[in-house]
Design a protein around this ligand. Sequence first.
Ligand SMILES: [Zn+2]
Length: 337
Amino acid sequence: MSQLETGVSYFANRWFHHFVRDLDEMISHGCTFVVHTFSENDYLFARGTIGRFFRATRDAGLGCWADPWGLMGLFGGEAFSKFVARNPDACQVLSDGRIVPAACPSAQETRAAMKDWIDAALEAGSDTILWDEPHLFIPEWEGADFAPPEAWACRCPRCTERFRSDLGGDMPPELTPELQAFRQNLLLEFLGEMIAYAKAQGANNAVCLLPVGEGSREALPWERVSALPGIDIFGTDPYWIIFERDVEEFVAEQTRKVVEVCQASGIRPHIWAQAFKVPAGRESEIEVALTTAKAEGATILAAWGYRGCEALSQIACEKPEIAWETIGRAFSRLRSR
Ligand SMILES: [Zn+2]
């Protein structure tokens, strides 16, 4: 029996009878777990529905991960936040003074809302929380018409006051190494508290951080995050098409770093393959990515996402059917070895 775990993300459907059919298809495509997005919208309007999805997933013998998809603008995901509209005082502030649609991790309101979400995800029946691309606001993701790419967060009154009391001076206008460390600490503290909170309730914690390397201003320090108590799984998402990198080279390089970090902390290495925005003719790269990640030592593989993300045209693969068949073939082959 293979120790390899394989999964896909699942979103854009809340019809239970469709999900039952899709779940069968995920099983026939070699999946051993499902990463369910659990957005603020789901939290507010579909909690019971999500509970049925989670139960069905576990009843089928699959792992059931919950992803705080786009929650409060603090995680990756194509989902809006109501929290930020309701709590402008709890939002991050950019270096140019603009309030952005992302919660400040140091605000008490943010921490309370995150814990409410964890409670809901666990009550609904997930066994693992995926801390998916936690980040401070990234202007590039919002588009140049919103804020200049060099702007950074967070300059809210809480954070500037905290900087002053911790470091004894005014927050500088530009990103000094000291300020970078301070910004990273904001998220580390937040994640540390949330991961411990989820762990105390019996959840597994999986963290997926943005890849590290040149031009990764918003990447978090992997060693420090992986050392947070309560983490079971640690990984990254080397999306080679987005980063315009060679698939094998990029996935191998990032997987080696993940495995190194995991060996030091005794946690399981996890890698995501890009199965969104894949141009026609390049679907075989998904299999290359998964094969490379396993060869380099990742024991939990996942693809974003189900059926090549056909449900969201903005991120769909050009040939989602072929992408999905490729994922299925790769998962089945890699698990049989
Ligand atoms: Zn702040």
